[in-house]
Design a protein around this ligand. Structure first.
Ligand code: GL7
Length: 836
């Protein structure tokens, strides 16, 4: 009798020989894969071979869902969300797929029985790091929630050959290495070359008359690139839904090659192929900083055009007329990176489907909605007009026409307000001319949203104020969320087990149920179990930290964590200044009673962002001194964990006691790491910024360490002429002098000068202004941690009250308010059903 691998009643699929869920079938297939797919036998097999053999076992068991889902959507012509994003920071797939299939623990047992280390195999997966940070990870959480909520959806993006660079710390400095995530192959994707499309670039346009003597415009490009879709199934949690992430790879179109080959220019033909492939070669590693590079605009247009063409193909298969494009699809623009889609959809409708302008415009606006993700001016995408004209001549004409009609509307509404016209124009004409992508996105969308309450308000008051005044009803808020499947169930199995043993497991798909933990905060036994879980996670992380940095950390110290991209507005330097202050206190009075702390930092700096890299160097340099100083007696430790990514994040969030969310008020649009920490029972020290405000509102002010200036106070201080030197006294002054003196740089007083001088003379993010308040809040943290039992209470309440921050809630709001996309439950097909 075969042992069933799973005894979960949600599993309804008819099982066949190949994908049966018995332990025997699973172990048999594992070795079959090693043999027939990887061509290895155990003696020669590497860990990665085993990982892949396992991945294929799991993939086989996902395909029935995937095929059934595609078949249902095709047959029903279901309304579909198309999530357009230049980034999808998926993280490793294997563990998540096991959790969502509901076979995680059983597969772990079966693998372990084979004498293999299950965790080690999971770690073998090179994660697809196709994103920079929060924005890309949000897209990943969203498509997982869409699948869990059974909403028909497609994620459209770019299959970068090199994702976000791999960070190493050498002599305390960040160094970058290319991320060769595809090196050993990717078992999760299926290429679909039969659905490749051509994307045009460059050239010129010309008017002509078609066979019906209609005026038309022809775009004669000077380059064609083939876009080949690579599909990855995205499973919902314990549902039959498996949606698709469709990422485009750039290749040279065969036909073009032939032309050059025939001219005998072999080398030229190969070079052309190489230059086409460049389009999906590498992710630009800047977060929140526009790099006005032609290749970047080409990438954006490349994936947007391919995706829209793909959507037309889908319409055709489902026999839906192009005039009903907006009924079939709700397309979300994840920031302005895909905003060129507005002009591209117009072009496809007008030039290629001969839809009249007014109707095409109506369809376009009803199709798109736009999410803004940042208030930082340097992140707002503006493309120089000449560059735009060269690459996308037809789109520029279309944008001019959209602009002319739009500005007419503004003129009528705001009679005589020429300044407003200039401010709102899609073209910035104040000096050199630019195309303003955020304006294009606003004009071409029926809904516009920010990603947290404060951010959405600031958009209306500030960055998009004119648009808000014109179309107030189009604006809304959708506070971000994160998926509890990856960020709790998968990454924190101990907590998951503890929670589920008390309140059942429905919280995994209905996070508001965590509220039922609230009464348990008063239960001493539960508090002890809660602390035990936290301590075990901290021990796990201590082992990781030791392995990756050689630094030994004490699991009984307070783990104070700041992991996120390194950026001045996120103020990692505020944090490290406080570390230096504590060190200074210890050195000045070695017997001072302090709460032992481990400061954990992680995050990448954009390779060209010198100050951010210097902040990393400062952190590692302070660590070098503090970690070794015998006077400290291990009461302070500073760890910079290299290469913060999804995989590392999964081990850090569960281990944190304190979450550092210390951006200057009004700068962090939302933050999402803040949510992952709180769910996993960390307390937050934070400013009134982004989603921190809502986290504090949910968990209660008494369970949150607040500090710093508010957004209006920041504005007022800046308006009054902020002088950071005025704040340079007392402990802060001593801290700054210590760094300036070269104490942390072996006497080199020059090394940190750019950073320190920048703070003393400019300090655009008000580090000095907030230092005192931060330092006081940190004292409250230290005091609170002394009463471990009370800390446990606060920690439990953080988790219990984090339900709002599930991406399921966010996605439901998008579906109800913007996409109007209902769920489509999937019935699993048998192999009989799909026989031709
Ligand atoms: C960001 C915001 O900075 C961040 O606060 C937000 O949580 C995230 C998702 O909405 O989007 N905007 C941005 O450009 N990046 C972000 O992470 C890179």
């Amino acid at each position: 009798m075969a042992t069933p691998l799973v005894a979960v009643e949600h599993r309804t699929e008819p099982q066949d020989e190949r994908t049966a869920l018995t332990k025997e079938a699973f172990q048999r297939d594992f070795f079959n894969n090693l043999f027939y797919i990887l061509g290895k036998f155990p003696t020669l097999a590497t860990k990665n071979d085993y990982y892949q053999a396992l991945a294929f076992v799991v993939r086989d068991r996902m395909l029935q869902r995937w095929i059934s889902t595609a078949a249902a959507y095709t047959k029903q012509g279901s309304r579909t969300v198309a999530y357009f994003s230049a980034e999808f920071l998926m993280g490793p797939h294997l563990g998540n797929n096991l959790v969502n299939l509901g076979i995680h623990d059983e597969v772990r047992k079966a693998v372990t029985e084979l004498g293999l280390d299950f965790n080690e195999l999971l770690l073998e997966e090179d994660e697809p790091g196709l994103g920079n940070g929060g924005l890309g990870r949000l897209a990943a959480c969203f498509i997982e929630s869409l699948a869990t909520l059974q909403i028909p959806s497609l994620g459209y993006g770019i299959r970068y050959e090199f994702g976000i660079f791999h960070q190493e710390i050498v002599d305390g400095w960040q160094t970058e290495r290319t991320d060769k995530w595809l090196r050993f192959g990717n078992p999760w994707e299926i290429p679909r070359p039969e659905w490749a499309v051509h994307v045009k670039l460059g050239g010129y346009t010309e008017p002509y008359r078609d066979e019906f003597y209609r005026h038309r415009v022809r775009w004669v490009p000077d380059r064609l690139v083939a876009a080949v879709p690579y599909d990855t199934p995205i499973l919902g949690y314990h549902t039959n839904t498996a949606n698709t992430l469709r990422l485009w790879k750039a290749e040279a179109p065969e036909s073009f090659d032939f032309a050059v080959f025939n001219r005998g220019d072999y080398y030229g033909a190969v070079m052309q192929k190489v230059s086409s492939e460049n389009l999906s070669k590498v992710l630009y590693p800047n977060d929140e900083q526009l790099q006005g590079k032609e290749l970047r605009l080409s990438q954006q247009y490349f994936f947007v055009s391919a995706s829209l063409q793909d959507m037309f193909r889908i319409l055709k298969i489902q026999k839906i007329p192009v005039e009903r494009f907006h009924e079939k699809f709700a397309a979300q623009l994840n920031d302005t990176h895909p905003a060129i889609a507005v002009a591209e959809l117009m072009r496809l409708l007008i030039d290629e489907n001969v839809v009249p302008w007014e109707q095409a415009w109506d369809i376009t606006r009803r199709t798109f909605a736009y999410t803004n993700h940042t208030l930082l001016p340097e992140a707002l995408e503006c493309w120089p007009l000449p560059l735009f004209a060269k690459l996308l001549p037809r789109h520029l004409e279309i944008i001019f026409e959209i602009n002319a009609r739009f500005l007419d509307e503004v003129r009528i509404r705001f009679y005589g307000d020429e300044e407003r016209i200039a401010r709102m124009s899609l073209i910035d004409e104040r000096g050199e001319r630019y195309v303003r992508m955020a304006h294009l996105a606003c004009v071409g969308s029926h809904a516009i949203n920010g990603v947290a309450e404060l951010h959405s308000e600031l958009l209306k008051q500030d960055v998009l104020r004119d648009f808000y005044e014109l179309w107030p009803t189009r604006f809304g808020n959708k506070t971000n969320g994160v998926t509890p499947r990856r960020w709790m169930a998968l990454s924190n199995p101990r907590l998951t087990k503890l929670v589920s043993s008390h309140i059942g497991d429905e919280w995994i798909t209905d996070l508001s149920q965590l509220r039922r933990l609230e009464p348990l905060a008063e239960d001493a036994g539960f508090r002890q179990q809660w602390l035990d879980v936290k301590r075990a996670c901290k021990c796990d992380f201590a082992a990781v930290a030791l392995k990756k940095t050689g630094i030994t950390i004490d699991p009984d110290s307070l783990f104070d964590v700041q992991v996120k991209r390194i950026h001045e507005y996120k103020r990692q330097h505020l944090n490290i200044l406080h570390v230096v202050a504590l060190y200074h206190r210890l050195r000045s009075n070695p017997n001072v009673d302090i709460t032992p702390r481990t400061f954990i930092f992680g995050g990448k700096a954009a390779p060209g962002y010198h100050i951010a890299k210097l902040i990393i160097k400062l952190i590692t340099s302070v660590g070098d001194v503090v970690n070794r100083d015998p006077a400290v007696r291990d009461r302070l430790k500073v760890v910079f964990l290299p290469n913060f990514n999804v995989k590392n994040g999964q081990r850090i969030y569960p281990a944190a006691d304190l979450s550092e969310q210390v951006s200057t008020a009004g700068k962090e649009a939302s933050g999402t790491g803040n949510m992952k920490f709180s769910m996993n029972g960390a307390l937050t020290i934070g400013t009134m910024d982004g989603a921190n405000i809502e986290i504090r509102e949910e968990v209660g002010a008494e369970n949150f360490f607040l500090f710093g200036l508010t957004t209006p106070e920041v504005g007022a201080l800046k308006a009054s002429g902020y002088n950071p030197a005025n704040y340079l006294d007392g402990e802060l002054k001593e801290v700054v002098e210590l760094i300036r003196s070269g104490f942390f740089s072996r006497g080199d007083a020059e090394l940190f000068r750019p950073l320190i001088d920048g703070l003393v003379h400019h300090d655009p993010y008000l580090v000095f202004a907030d230092f005192d308040s931060y330092s006081k809040a940190q004292q409250q943290v230290s005091a609170a941690y002394q009463d471990r039992d009370h800390w446990a209470r606060m920690s439990i309440l953080n988790s219990a009250r984090s339900g709002k921050f599930s991406s399921d809630r966010t996605i439901r709001e998008y579906c109800d308010d913007i996409w109007k996309a209902p769920a489509v439950p999937i019935r699993l097909l048998t192999q009989e059903d799909v026989k031709v």
